[in-house]
Design a protein around this ligand. Sequence first.
Ligand SMILES: C[S@@+](CC[C@H](N)C(=O)[O-])C[C@H]1O[C@@H](n2cnc3c(N)ncnc32)[C@H](O)[C@@H]1O
Ligand SMILES: [Zn+2]
Length: 285
Amino acid sequence: MSTLENLSCPIDSALLIRHERVLTCEHGHTYDLAKTGYVNLLPVQNKRSKDPGDSKEMVVARQAFLNQHHYFPIVSAILSSWPKDHLVSGVRILDAGCGEGYYLSEIGHAMSQQGIDAERTGLDISKWAIVAASKRDKTVSWLVGSNASLPAPNERYDAVLCLFGFPIFKEFARVLSEDGLMLLVESGPNHLIELREILYPSIHDYKQTFSEGIADFELVLEQAETFTFTLNTQEKIQELLSMTPHIHKASYEGREAVKQLDSIILTADIKLRWYRKKTKEVNHV
Ligand SMILES: C[S@@+](CC[C@H](N)C(=O)[O-])C[C@H]1O[C@@H](n2cnc3c(N)ncnc32)[C@H](O)[C@@H]1O
Ligand SMILES: [Zn+2]
């Protein structure tokens, strides 16, 4: 069961105590559990828009695509590259920008098959994503919240995952325990290249993200994962397109050309980077 324990009030950072289906802080702010068991810790004043994050339609399309398990090799790669000193029972994991929960749920199943019992929390700014996630898996604590201001005390987690998301490194470092891990998963140079060649007249050069390093973190492992998969209906191709940035970036002509396809063989090219939180330097007097 999800515990929803040891979280903090998004208004004043006080610890939240759970009494059945309500979380309360010492200043009297209360947060009810939704019917499906998640809790909304994104106060109205922290919202930039009325319905932030991915829309309901985007969530539905991503869920339909991910449920076909074409991206399961990413789950396997995450598990096999997980630094072994942190792959232990009791490990506390936060998936920051978890979407509709596919990866965190599958990671939990894969870990329990290896006898590892992890405490998992999934957070996303999109209510639609968290509604879907909370229906998918009842063993995870699901939160609506923002990476910009995580509703968790300092050093609450041992690993923060950010998969195709929007990392806020200061916050990730704050909620990570000493020598805690951060995983960034992003697309590599050839990701969905066959689709991009149809969508765009020319392909931009690939730019490595965070190539100058990330303050408070040291890179411990970098791995590329490449595999191919086939989509054999126009509907499946559109589902994939809806979960990529190309749906907004590509031209009308490009998107029309994709509409003519009945099937396509695609390359997935994924980059995984594991970082460790730097230990604070102690000033010896
Ligand atoms: C490309 S999706 C990736 C979702 C999921 N990690 C996956 O790989 O299936 C990016 C997600 O980040 C969420 N998001 C955007 N801004 C966010 C923020 N400030 N804090 C938390 N999540 C955010 C979106 O709602 C969306 O679900
Ligand atoms: Zn409060």
